[in-house]
Design a protein around this ligand. Structure first.
Ligand code: HEC
Ligand code: HEC
Length: 225
């Protein structure tokens, strides 16, 4: 059984390597989104340990909170239940300055967090339960429009339930805090995130303020089946 899990994990990683490397239509010339090399590739290949991850995550709890469900006002995102691949991508991007996050950067510095600890934290967080009760949601107006936009422009990548796709580095977004989702969407649309997926930028580039609000509200109410 253990052997099978290991083989399955390897197969997943190879699938991820193959898919994530293909140049994307929206990428700038000569630029590959989420290129798997250097520390990112190393962390993806390391075997994480959840017990060590819990230990290392103590340094992160001041902001992301114990249990990693973030804060209700959306200042700090939920990390619980996120795919390990996405967590590794984001942490290594933040520390390399590819994702702009000055608040957190000192805590992700290589002097305080090793590559092994990144892999450990990722497997620890991936298995933590999502506490939907803590979620911050939008005003609840025009949820049907939010649903229609989501189905048309987002579900193809993020999935009907907002479950994301581990092997393509598409984040789980179901039940993420409204305030955070809204901010993330605006940052991605306005190309201020740094590491945003170019096809996602294309999907959202024509969204106005209200479109962002209704789709973020819809996402904040999604739950995994
Ligand atoms: C000083 C507060 C702070 C600390 C400490 C902190 N973070 Fe963060 N982190 C943030 C903020 C703020 C964001 C969201 C930034 C934004 O809006 O883009 C974030 C985002 C993230 C993301 C991306 C989430 C996503 O959905 O894309 C990950 C992963 C993450 N943090 C992991 C960690 C880990 C692991 C640690 C500990 C080593 C840590 N953080 C410590 C403030 C912090
Ligand atoms: C082509 C696939 C694709 C499409 C279409 C797409 N996304 Fe994304 N989305 C991604 C990927 C990949 C990321 C992670 C990018 C990164 O930061 O590295 C992402 C990131 C996000 C995030 C940030 C998550 C976090 O934890 O910080 C949100 C929120 C989001 N997408 C919502 C949407 C919405 C809403 C739509 C539809 C309007 C949409 N996406 C369309 C692929 C897609």
């Amino acid at each position: 059984m253990k052997r099978f899990v290991k083989i399955a994990a390897c197969a997943l990683l190879f699938a991820a390597l193959a898919q994530a490397q293909s140049p994307s239509a929206g990428a700038k010339a000569g630029e590959v989104w989420n290129e798997l090399k250097g520390e990112k590739l190393e962390a993806l290949q390391l075997k994480g340990d959840a017990t060590r991850g819990a230990q290392a995550f103590q340094a992160c709890q001041g902001c992301h909170r114990r249990g990693a469900n973030g804060t209700n006002n959306g200042a700090y995102p939920r990390l619980a239940g996120q795919h390990a691949t996405v967590l590794i991508e984001q942490i290594t991007d933040i520390r390399a300055g590819r994702r702009i996050n000055p608040k957190m950067a000192p805590f992700a510095d290589e002097h305080v967090l090793t590559t092994q600890e990144i892999a450990d934290i990722a497997v620890y967080l991936q298995a933590l339960p999502i506490q939907y009760a803590l979620d911050d949601k939008g005003a609840g107006k025009a949820l049907d429009r939010g649903q229609a936009l989501y189905a048309r422009d987002c579900a193809g990548c993020h999935g009907d339930h907002g479950q994301g796709q581990a092997n393509k580095f598409v984040p789980l977004i179901a039940g993420q805090h409204y305030g955070y989702v809204l901010r993330a969407l605006a940052t991605i649309r306005d190309e201020k995130r740094g590491n945003a997926n170019p096809d996602m930028v294309t999907a959202i580039h024509s969204y106005g303020k209200e479109d962002l609000e209704v789709v973020a509200d819809y996402i904040s109410r999604l739950t995994l089946p």
